[in-house]
Design a protein around this ligand. Structure first.
Ligand code: BES
Ligand code: MN
Ligand code: ZN
Length: 497
């Protein structure tokens, strides 16, 4: 996968720095900044001339290329709108416009002249982290199973001229690592179900472990799961030939005594619905049903690259949900690892069946907190659409931390209720609980089901059915890697803002 390398540099005279493209942010309502004035002079007045023509008014989202200076082959002017209105949203549009501009050129490197760019409601670290993350994740291309993939971004190096060097480099590194993590998640989720099987995910975990001395990997096979009593998880994989895997990745970046943060990902590599078969239309999209697992992989990638000083354990419950003569049937009752019996009223509500055993399994790690991430319910898409992930938590402090990490990284979640009144919908005449709760509040009752298995620790659940992928054009978004990475950075005391 192509990646961009980011470097922060303190440049006293920007006209002496060479690059294939110098990028200048421009406000619509202010005179040229000192940097822009110097570049204008060096470009023989080309910037002023362009503004005088009136074609480029420096509106937000506008961009124009000018012939460069002796040192910079091209100049890219990027509109930022009114100076006092340059807030986080405007800054995000700026970053996307910079990407669009650079993507239109064959420039291999670029020089971002950001020393005069102030965001009204954020500091420099936020800006640089966001820019690096946006450029890095926009460079993603799906290449795996197509003969002629979209051409790769030519851009390989970005130098950012800033007032501070060390903190700026740190912010760029964090954004870059997060962006790469997002791309890891997108690639895994975009891969078709016949390539990205539970076995494939297990091999990816082993690879990540080989590349990192602080990451150890353990794969639990079905035999081991049976010994542990994970009959709920095993009931989902009963109808397929693909062996299920419980993937455990243990990252020890913290002290031995530090309690670990645990991430649990739903890794259904294809969800046909099982005997409760889904309708044919859009069934292909159920290859994305391992989006939670993909985001766990992406987050592990990012935090190991950053070498965050804390302990994180990732558990991926990977299985395929298929119908067959051996498949679990509606009405079957299974016993979970926790000992609770479950009446499987609908085999298409399989995510909670794999997650509940994974949630019981992670009790052994004495976690600081457990967060599960799952493309769990169509009902969550109805409730929140694609902009927010559904957030559930059995502890307010954990919910607040995740909500705030989502705002910081613009990978937002919205809190939903876990009230006992909803849990009543899960009552069954033939088991301790049923795996579905009737027509109303489907995302909530799914979360209430999981809550029953997460009583021993602080726990949160992210329903990412709407946020993990786009339907047109079809593709994975890599969410919520940015949220999770920000959350873990905050826990490690990294760069408070
Ligand atoms: N993986 C699906 C949820 C899903 C649906 C994600 C659409 C993204 C888009 C999940 O396993 C499922 O099938 N859930 C059922 C639950 C129902 C049977 C209670 C659903 O949402 O219809
Ligand atoms: Mn399903
Ligand atoms: Zn599913």
């Amino acid at each position: 996968m192509s990646t961009i390398k980011f470097t922060a540099r303190k440049i006293s005279d920007v006209t002496t720095a060479s690059s294939q493209c110098a990028v200048l942010p421009m406000f619509s309502d202010t005179k040229l900044s000192a940097t822009a004035a110097a570049m204008d002079k060096s470009a023989g007045g080309a910037i002023k001339a362009s503004l005088d023509l009136g074609d480029f008014e420096a509106r937000s989202g506008q961009r124009v290329f000018l012939p460069g200076t002796a040192k910079s082959r091209r100049l890219l002017l990027v509109g930022c709108g009114e100076k006092k209105k340059f807030d986080r949203a405007a800054a995000r549009e700026f970053a996307q416009t910079v990407y669009n501009g650079l993507n239109d050129t064959s420039a291999k490197d670029a020089l971002l002249l950001l020393d005069h760019l102030k965001v009204s409601d954020a500091n420099e670290a936020w800006l640089l982290e966001m820019i690096a993350r946006t450029l890095q994740s926009s460079a993603y291309r799906y290449t795996e199973t197509v003969s002629k993939p979209k051409p790769a971004l030519k851009l390989a190096r970005v130098v950012v001229s800033t007032a501070t060097r060390a903190p700026a480099q740190r912010a760029l590194d964090q954004g870059s690592a997060t962006g790469r993590g997002v791309n890891v998640a997108r690639k895994l989720a975009d891969l078709p179900g016949n390539v990205c099987t539970p076995g494939y995910l297990a091999r990816q975990a082993r690879k990540l472990g080989r590349d990192n001395s602080k990451l150890s990997v353990q794969i639990l096979e079905e035999k081991k799961m049976r010994e542990l009593g994970m009959h709920s998880l095993l009931s989902v994989t009963a109808g397929t030939e693909e062996p299920a895997k419980l993937i455990v990745m243990n990252y020890s970046g913290g002290k031995k005594s530090d309690q670990p943060y645990v991430l649990v990902g739903k890794g259904i590599t294809f969800d046909s619905g099982g005997i409760s078969l889904k309708p044919g239309a859009k069934m292909d999209e159920m290859k994305f049903d391992m989006g939670g697992a993909a985001s766990v992989f992406g987050t592990m990638h990012a935090i190991t690259e950053m070498a965050l000083p804390l302990n994180v354990i990732a558990v991926v419950a990977a299985a395929e949900n298929m119908p067959s003569g051996k498949a679990t049937k509606p009405g079957d009752v299974v016993t979970s690892m926790a000992g609770k019996t479950i009446e499987v009223l609908n085999t298409d509500a399989e995510g909670r069946l794999v997650l509940c055993d994974a949630l019981t399994y992670v009790e052994r790690f004495k976690p600081a907190a457990v967060i599960d991430i799952a493309t769990l319910t169509g009902a969550c898409v109805v409730a929140l659409g694609s902009h927010a992930s559904g957030l559930y938590a059995n502890r307010d402090e954990l919910a607040e931390q995740l909500l705030s990490a989502g705002v910081e990284s613009h990978d937002r979640a919205w809190r939903m209720p876990l009230w006992d009144e909803y849990s009543k919908q899960l009552q069954s005449n033939f088991a301790d609980l049923a795996n579905i709760g009737g027509p109303g509040g489907g995302s909530v009752t799914a979360a209430c089901f999981l809550k029953e298995f997460a009583e021993k620790y602080d726990w949160a659940h992210l329903d990412i059915a709407g946020s993990a992928w786009d339907s047109s054009p079809k593709g994975a978004t890599g969410r919520p890697v940015s949220l999770l990475t920000r959350y873990l950075m905050d826990r490690s005391g990294s760069q408070a803002r």
